[in-house]
Design a protein around this ligand. Structure first.
Ligand code: UD1
Length: 339
């Protein structure tokens, strides 16, 4: 297939582009580099043995998006592009609603105009909100989210359901990621957050490489085995393979729009992840326990039955793989990708 990947220069996008190229698909990346470096596409080419084509485009520009979709003439679109920082979304909600919704509107209009009928969308476990029982199952309703970022994911899922209901032949996979971590095992690609990392794994990695003084563990008085929060960490290569599987199953899905949890299906605590990182680095890393971070849930993980049964996908890589690959990437690229 010929696949248009929006946000293909980002963390999950770039790993997915490698997986798609390796699988024999042709790829056009659409990215505005607002949170990614162009150098990532050289690494993609190096690993996959051939290049993805590139369109530098801001998808909120409907006219440009239409031209990109027309020129790419894709068989399918994988839509990663969007803003994703929970805290920032509370400070700048309008930016988040405008960017994440408008870009999807442009893309859907262009897909309709040019007859593109397959879409894989980057959703998030955050759509299960504060009240869903664990493990999270795809059939849970009503979806809710505690941040403007999360609400853009809920809203986009709803928009996609409505548009698909009105568009014969449109097939949409909603991939709900749990906590993506890890890096390409080559050490050539990984997560490269701009500024201070918001998420646990990149923060620990930057402590290990000396860019940050110490990890702050946000609370150890939760009702969990060791008092720290449990999350479902999933290796970015497993996620990338999940996108390939979803694309290849779009035409045979049980319903035209279908959600799939992409997680490992088990909870790992902040302390377990941190200890695993210290073990791979070979020394204790500086840390302190501080107050809980507002909004954090104590524990959640995925029920992964549907992805296993319907996509034939399951996460194969372990926590040790996740920390080892992250550390290899961070050591080889202490400042991330070259500017
Ligand atoms: C967040 C987002 C989620 C997004 C995910 C990306 C919410 C509420 N959160 O998940 O949508 O998909 O990032 O991976 O929507 N922690 C520390 N110290 C730190 C950083 C984190 O102790 O410096 C703890 C947190 O309290 C949490 C765990 O580590 O218990 C994981 O945090 P984080 O990596 O930020 O991910 P989430 O908040 O689970």
């Amino acid at each position: 297939m010929r696949i248009l990947v929006t946000g293909g220069a980002g963390y999950i996008g770039s790993h997915t582009v490698v997986a798609l190229l390796e699988r024999g698909h042709d790829v056009v990346v659409a990215d505005d580099f607002s949170n990614a470096r162009p150098a990532v596409l050289d690494r993609v080419a190096e690993l996959a043995g051939r290049r993805a084509a590139l369109e530098v485009v801001d998808l909120t520009d409907a006219g440009r998006t239409d031209a990109v979709v027309a020129a790419a003439a894709p068989d399918a679109v994988v839509h990663f592009a969007g803003r994703k920082a929970v805290g920032e979304s509370a400070e700048r909600p309008l930016d988040y609603y405008r960017t994440n919704l408008d870009s999807t509107f442009s893309l859907l209009a262009a897909m309709e105009r040019h007859g593109v009928r397959r879409l894989v969308y980057s959703s998030s476990a955050t759509v299960y909100g504060d009240h869903a029982p664990v493990p999270y199952v795809e059939t849970y309703e009503p979806l809710a989210a505690a941040s403007p970022y999360g609400r853009t994911k809920v809203m986009t899922e709803q928009v996609l359901a409505d548009v698909a209901a009105a568009t014969p032949g449109l097939r949409v996979a909603l991939l709900r990621y749990f906590n993506p971590v890890g890096a390409h095992p080559s050490g050539r690609m990984g997560e490269d957050p701009q500024g201070v990392p918001n998420n646990l794994m990149p923060y620990v990695a930057q402590v290990a490489v000396g860019r940050r003084e110490r990890l702050a563990i946000f609370g150890d008085d939760y009702d969990t085995p060791d008092g720290t929060c449990l999350r479902d960490y999933v290796h970015v290569l497993d996620l990338a393979e999940g996108h390939v599987a979803a694309l290849e199953h779009l035409d045979t899905m049980a319903t035209p729009v279908r959600a799939f949890n992409l997680g490992a299906g088990r909870g790992t605590s902040v302390r377990e992840l941190f200890d695993a990182f210290c073990a791979v680095v070979g020394r204790p890393l500086p840390h302190e326990v501080v107050a809980r971070r507002p909004g954090d849930l104590p524990a959640y993980w995925a029920d992964t039955t549907r992805a296993a049964e319907e996509l034939g996908w399951r996460a194969r890589r372990t926590i040790d793989d996740m920390v080892a690959d992250t550390w290899r990437w961070q050591q080889a690229n202490p400042e991330g990708y070259p500017a």
